[in-house]
Design a protein around this ligand. Structure first.
Ligand SMILES: *Cc1c(COP(=O)(O)O)cnc(C)c1O
Length: 380
């Protein structure tokens, strides 16, 4: 129940142990085609270039920014947590000129301030932003940003590592040009692949680059030649087993249905929050509509020993939760309810365990009401 990796379904473990075939075997190519088509459904896109990169979520960050941004080009990076900060680092490494737009951690950006930033600097060619900031639990609304970017001749890059398959995300409708994710959050697969999707205009931009990108391994043109039917040019050996696993994980997502899955994440989060609030805790993100359902950040009350609670949960209950990062170290806990981990019994077990640990540590927190408050919401 941390910020990822999430629990893995037994069907996905079984898929991982499937016999290997070669990365150019017709059986494997059929799996790739299927996987691509399922990824398009989950990203809600018809983008031709929709693939699973070899590497964790950060490889998707490097691939989107590194392929799109050419040396000297300006990119507006929205920074309100760890992952926006990481995007700046990645963009600088590929020679981009980074313009940082900052918000306090835990807050999100208004469309109007992004519009303003683009209006005040017409050289900005990209806007990059995190949909679900896992370091804070804040949910960034995206629906207006694509139009704003297009009006200003900019490309929109979105980090959907934590949001994909847990939260409404519409790549085509929201006019997102490049979007990347990871397998170990709400897709609920082991870490190792990064699903990415690029709009046609983003692909054209990449095709028209004046210089080669710095990464050979993540060069989208080369990778696309392997993923495209009729071409299938060897680039690097695909991590076959991970592709099996993702294929199975995506099947599970689609069997449940995207809307059902979003609703399940939302419902478990609401019950968790009700339980925590009944214990007197408060959530870091005050505005309910800006809270992530898969990553619940809760303030640690004064006098409650952060590390002792987390180690008590792990030692006695085998529950892992995430610590705060950066300015929130020691100040918040991050409780993940991602994919397979987003279950009623996890919410109730966590609350009961937390109450027991708090009681044993003599923290002064009045315990007893958490599980009932969560149950009350479930009964409704
Ligand atoms: C986890 C995460 C990443 C990085 O993914 P890795 O799989 O750890 O490389 C990037 N962005 C966000 C929002 C994340 O939550």
């Amino acid at each position: 129940m941390g910020p990822g990796p999430s629990d893995v379904h037994s069907r996905v473990y079984r898929a991982l142990s499937t016999q290997l075939v070669g990365h150019l075997d017709p059986e494997f190519l059929a799996i790739m085609d299927n996987l691509q088509s399922m990824l398009r459904t989950v990203f809600r896109t018809e983008n031709r270039v929709t693939i699973a990169l070899s590497g964790t979520g950060s490889s998707g960050m490097e691939a989107t920014i590194g392929n799109l941004v050419e040396p000297g080009e300006k990119i507006l990076v929205c920074v309100n947590g760890v992952f926006g900060t990481r995007m700046c680092d990645v963009a600088e490494r590929v020679g981009g000129r980074v313009v940082r737009l900052e918000r306090a951690w835990g807050e999100v950006f208004d469309a109007s301030e992004i519009r303003q930033a683009l209006e005040s600097d017409s050289d900005i060619r990209f806007v990059s932003i995190v949909h679900a900031e896992t370091s804070t639990g804040a949910l960034q609304p995206l629906s207006e940003l694509g139009d704003i970017c297009q009006e200003h001749g900019a490309y929109l890059i979105v980090d959907a590592v934590t949001s994909l398959a847990g939260l409404d995300l519409r790549v085509d409708e929201w006019k997102v040009d490049a979007c990347y994710s990871g397998t170990q959050k709400c897709l609920t697969c082991p870490p190792g692949l990064s699903p990415v999707t690029f709009s046609d205009r983003a692909v054209e931009k990449i095709r028209g680059r004046k210089s080669k990108g710095v990464s050979w391994y993540l060069d989208l043109n080369l990778i696309d030649n392997y993923w495209t039917e009729g071409q299938r040019v060897y680039h690097h050996t695909a991590p076959i087993s991970m592709n099996y696993a993702l294929h199975e994980a995506l099947s599970l997502v689609l069997e449940e249905g995207l809307e059902n899955r979003y609703a399940r994440h939302a419902s478990n989060s609401r019950s968790l929050v009700a339980g925590l609030e009944a214990l007197g805790f408060s959530m870091l993100v005050e505005d309910e509509s800006k809270r992530l359902p898969m990553l619940n950040s809760v303030r640690i009350p004064d006098g409650v020993p952060d590390a002792d609670v987390r180690s008590g949960l792990l030692r006695d209950f085998n529950i892992e939760i995430g610590a705060g990062l950066g300015p929130f170290a020691g100040k918040i806990w991050r409780v993940g309810l991602m994919g397979e981990s987003s279950r009623r019994e996890n919410v109730l077990f966590f609350l009961a365990a937390l109450e027991t640990v708090l009681r044993a540590l003599d923290t002064g927190v009045k315990v007893g009401a958490g599980v009932d408050a969560a149950m009350e919401l479930y009964r409704r």
